[in-house]
Design a protein around this ligand. Structure first.
Ligand code: PEP
Length: 247
């Protein structure tokens, strides 16, 4: 399967710099098409200008969150059909920063993923353990519990991407050992056999302090089908080096 490298810009970027970053990625993708599929997930204010900047480059557009309902009285929220209308083909749901900052539990994440799929988007569903959960030996149990709670039933590979992001690895410069990444991704693949359709083809991304220096090693681990990249996605040369690390 084709690997996927998604850049999560989080709450970063004003119009001029965001469009410039997207244009630079698009130009590189056109000049030397990467082996991996690339998705840029800018903040909502930049979806349209980034979409315009990457048009025709093969780079896809994604959002960072959506509301579970299609429309209505939800001040400040953005629905999945709105994201589709803005040119998105992906949306991240259940990122640990949303789970923590907005108290989002598995049921809300599942509703968001279902809304995304109903709108024709592919949901990138994030799971991952905290440092305390890892230290007490509960990593795999936590991840499987989150998957069971967060995934709508029987999604296909075109509707679902899973991102394994240990909370303690995000933005910290720390990563699990290759052995640990392989174990968790293998466990996720097992769980997908009961939870998803086309389970072997659903891509499982690793996220958490992916950098050019560790990308190739992480991306060559079995069942690591790409990367969800935060901080390094804001630096063109780094993000590009990570995307090239898939080849
Ligand atoms: C993320 O938050 O999705 C992420 C992976 O961040 P970073 O790459 O900065 O650790």
């Amino acid at each position: 399967m084709r690997k996927l490298v998604a850049g999560n810009w989080k709450m970063n970027g004003l119009r001029v710099e965001g469009a410039a970053l997207a244009r630079d990625i698009a130009a590189r993708a056109k000049a030397a098409p990467p082996v991996a599929e690339i998705v840029l997930c800018p903040p909502a204010t930049l979806l349209v200008p980034v979409g315009e900047a990457i048009a025709g480059s093969g780079v896809a557009l994604g959002a960072q969150d959506c509301h579970p309902e299609g429309k209505g009285a939800h001040t400040g929220d953005i629905s999945a059909p709105m994201l589709k209308d803005a040119g998105c083909s992906y949306v991240i749901v259940g990122h640990s920063e949303r789970r923590q900052d907005h108290n989002e539990g598995d049921a809300v994440v599942r509703a968001k993923a279902a809304a995304a799929v109903a709108a024709g988007l592919c949901a990138i569903v994030c799971v991952g353990e905290t440092a305390a959960e890892r230290d007490s030996g509960r990593t795999e149990a936590v991840v499987v519990r989150q998957l069971r709670g967060s995934l709508p039933p029987k999604l296909t590979a075109g509707q679902l991407v899973v991102a394994y992001e240990p909370v303690w690895a995000i933005g910290s410069g720390k990563t699990p050992t290759p052995h640990d990444v392989a174990a968790v991704h293998g466990r996720i693949r097992d769980a997908l056999r009961e939870l998803a359709a086309e389970s072997a083809a659903v891509r499982i991304l690793y996220g958490g302090s992916v950098k050019p220096a560790n990308a190739r090693a992480l991306l060559s681990i079995a069942d690591v089908d790409g990367a969800l990249v935060g901080g390094a996605s804001l630096v063109v040369a780094d993000f590009w080096a990570i995307a090239r690390g898939c080849g």
